[in-house]
Design a binder for this molecule. Structure first.
Ligand SMILES: CC(=O)SCCNC(=O)CCNC(=O)[C@H](O)C(C)(C)COP(=O)(O)OP(=O)(O)OC[C@H]1O[C@@H](n2cnc3c(N)ncnc32)[C@H](O)[C@@H]1OP(=O)(O)O
Ligand SMILES: O=C([O-])CC(=O)C(=O)O
Length: 369
């Protein structure tokens, strides 16, 4: 095989893996997760159901969902040493880097680190998912000179996560909307972060290492970091006109507009974004203030007209998180926390059916032979 003939920049369209976890079915316009339509699931299931579906492979009964909730709560406690390490980081550290550091440090606390069996990997997945709300929220709090907060085990997993972030018990609507955002972020086939984690896992490296690599990948603003960038952009405007002018100015300077475009959906709206837009509408109605929705809709219209580009999930997740009272530096860490369910499923699948990733190159250097 002549490798230069098969070079595809960015591996666009390249099939990198076999998987039974998920598929973006562009013909049917569906996000399939273990045989189910993610958008349909988002109308009738919770994030805990998705954790079960991703890790156990089947849709959970009410009792199984409850068991997942309990399992996650049993792992809420983060080792003191990990918290001490977070405390030692410079105050400029982004919570994504706090998350990466904490997950990396957690490897040392795993007594059977070399055990890659399904059982051991699942145990780790539930442990990490259980610890992530405390790791995530306290990464932000410690670095902002605030006392760490403890989880409230009485609340469901997502409601507690939001409570730890805002310090206030969420209403049912707020908890449902936050839970839905976690569900929608939980798994999405083969984005850069998932590919990264599978590449790392393919050397027989452990789950902590594969997840640490995935946090780094997800942090970039071409991927998960876009949700924070969207909110900073929205914050720069005080009216629909101002927001449109910001976008026009960026387009004039050939800048990318965060929250638009997608490698797979390309010229169509990400179906998850449509769901989050509805959540934004609900929150705007509740607050009697439609400015954020109006700005976002105007941006959506302008980008369709000017570039033929449509929103991805990050575009509408950002204003939803803002209206839920979530500090902007937590948006991408929340995305990663949710995605950890999907990532763990992929790492497990890679360990269980492995071949080392080792591609070739198209050489463009000298040949001074
Ligand atoms: C949940 C998620 O992680 S979804 C992704 C979140 N990321 C973002 O929102 C960042 C903004 N979007 C982008 O940068 C891109 O659309 C990506 C990274 C998501 C996909 O990138 P790719 O598939 O590699 O497309 P690529 O960047 O090559 O863009 C193709 C063309 O569309 C343009 N384009 C793509 N996205 C945008 C955008 N958001 N704003 C302006 N132009 C864009 C590119 O400039 C390029 O134009 P050209 O052919 O004239 O040079
Ligand atoms: O699929 C992608 O490339 C990025 C994305 O939308 C996600 O990870 O949710």
């Amino acid at each position: 095989m002549k490798t230069e003939d098969t070079f595809v920049p960015g591996l666009e369209g390249v099939i990198a893996s076999e998987t039974g976890i998920s598929l973006l079915d562009t013909e049917q316009e569906k996000i399939i997760i273990r045989g189910y339509d993610l958008i349909d699931l988002s109308t009738r299931k919770t994030y805990a159901d998705l954790v079960y579906l991703l890790l156990e492979g089947t849709l959970s009964s009410d009792a199984e969902r409850q068991a997942v909730e309990e399992k996650l709560k049993a792992h809420y406690q983060v080792p003191d040493t990990v918290m001490d390490i977070l405390n030692l980081l410079p105050k400029e550290t982004h919570p994504m880097d706090g998350q990466r550091t904490a997950i990396s440090a957690s490897a040392g606390f795993d007594k059977n680190l070399d055990d890659r069996s399904l059982e051991a990997n699942k145990r780790r997945a539930y442990e990490i998912l259980g610890q992530l709300p405390a790791i995530t929220v306290n990464s932000y709090r410690i670095l902002n000179n605030k006392e760490p907060v403890d989880p409230d085990p009485v609340l469901p997993y997502s409601a507690n996560f939001l409570y730890m972030i805002t310090g206030e018990k969420p209403t049912e609507l707020e908890a449902d909307i936050f839970d839905r955002s976690l569900l929608l972020y939980s798994e999405h086939e083969m984005p850069n972060s998932t590919f990264t984690s599978r590449v790392i896992a393919s050397t027989h490296s452990d789950m902590y290492g594969a997840l640490s690599g995935a946090v780094a990948s997800l942090k970039g603003n071409l991927h998960g970091g876009a949700n924070e960038a969207v909110m900073y952009m929205l914050q720069d405007a005080r009216s629909v006109d101002e927001f449109e002018n910001i976008l026009k100015e960026k387009l004039l300077h050939k800048e990318k507009i965060m929250g638009f475009g997608h490698r797979v959906y390309m010229k169509k709206m990400d179906p998850r974004a449509a769901m989050m837009k509805e959540s934004l509408r609900q929150l705007c109605d509740l607050h009697g203030d439609s400015l954020l929705l109006d700005m976002c809709e105007a941006g959506e219209k302008l980008m369709a007209q000017e570039k033929g580009l449509y929103p991805n999930l990050d575009y509408y997740a950002a204003p939803v998180y803002w209206m839920l009272g979530i500090p902007i530096p937590l948006y991408t860490p929340i995305f990663f926390s949710s995605r950890t369910a999907g990532l763990c499923a992929h790492i497990i699948e890679q360990h269980n059916n492995n071949r080392l990733f080792r591609p070739r190159v198209k050489y463009t250097g000298e040949r001074n032979l």
